[in-house]
Design a protein around this ligand. Sequence first.
Ligand code: KIV
Ligand code: ZN
Length: 498
Amino acid sequence: MSDRLFIFDTTLRDGEQVPGCQLNTVEKIQVAKQLEALGVDVIEAGFPVSSPGDFNSVIEISKAVTWPTICALTRAVQKDIDVAADALKYAKHKRIHTGIGTSDPHIKYKFNSTREEIIERAVAAVKYARKYVDDVEFYAEDAGRTENEYLARVVEAVIKAGATVVNIPDTTGYCLPDEYGAKIKYLMEHVDGIDKAIISTHCHNDLGMATANTINGVLNGARQVEVTINGIGERAGNTSLEEVAMILRCHKDIHIDTNINTQKIYPTSRMVSSLMNMPVQPNKAIVGRNAFAHSSGIHQDGVLKNVQTYEIINPKDVGIDDNAIVLTARSGRAALKHRLHVLGVEMTQEKLDKVYEDFLKLADKKKDITDDDILVLAGADRNVNHHIKLEYLQVTSGVGVRSVASLGLNISGEHFEAAATGNGPVDAAIKAVKQIIKRQMTLKEFTIQAISKGSDDVGKVHMQVEYDGQMYYGFGANTDIIAASVEAYIDCINKFRK
Ligand code: KIV
Ligand code: ZN
């Protein structure tokens, strides 16, 4: 008989904290519905007191999603808990996630407090949250660096106060797998009343050990794991959902089951990557472009003879369908709609008509349309509310000549033109934009995402621009890489010139 492991997805909270990955409420609802279809048990939808946007997203996700529990994060502060309870009012199943730092550095430097006072604050927060909801999760921030004996006292006190789940975060990603597993084991063996709560893992990947630590936590008694799609999250990210789900599926000997429909893993991964403008590294386990690509002759030979020689996962089990219909200029609306559906994107007929129009234009320029292209097209109207739009762009460049760019911008209905020379076509085009915008901004990061399929592929550009001491992130996608770069630059400007 297998044990059940609860999957707590924090893509929309810890994952969304990544600079440049912020989603609007409509996009968050789209991800939340996909997570529901994927089969996660809990969706951490945001930190409501942190901003009106987060508050609103928790409300809207609560209305849109039916069976997963909706969770809202708070500090161990009454105001945070009041706001979280209010944001959760429409959730069918609701949870408040409250907590406080328990490691010595947190107690001393963050709170200027004592261990005893931290226990009192933790207990008070849990009791206060229980006034609003029956399901209260407590997090002991930086538990990874908290001494086990003290941590056990905290955990015992919060369970007594009414916590139903206790989260043991390795906030800094410091622990070794054995150390983290031993921590969970210690709690399972030394905390009175541990059977009244579920112990949860929450591991960060700073040393590349998040998944190993999570699995070791589960082997030692944790029955909830906190994870994100594609492992996104601050710094090096969080434990990735797809890795944990597939480890447990491959290693039946562990006798732990989840509710994850693994065939939805790949579409969910693509959706999150596309909406958050966050590329997945090609060699990422389970969902990377090369995860199932055997390139060496010996491997190819073996796989052709029998896939079991080198493949431990059937790509179809994670939703990668090599036989998927290839979309071309001759594909109809129904084929496009079906592909969008497989990728987890549903849209109104009106939006589908618009996307189909763009699809035909793109299909005229390139032979095969990839899933990435389709996701870019589906998100293309993200720019419709921009008040600065690129109207036209003409660039001349080559070897031995200085690049020249001339372009036109539409700013809130007014038309502006400029021309500039530069050290390459992108430099020339950006200088032309700057002539019109006239603000002191500095380009800090400029990433062109690898074109994967052919020279006619859609190029994607991610940019970071610093303006007035703040960082702004922009994205552009176009078969013309210079145009994609200018679009990304304009996307940044639109964010500070709202
Ligand atoms: O990493 C962490 O400690 C967290 C908590 C707020 C749960 O994300
Ligand atoms: Zn975290």
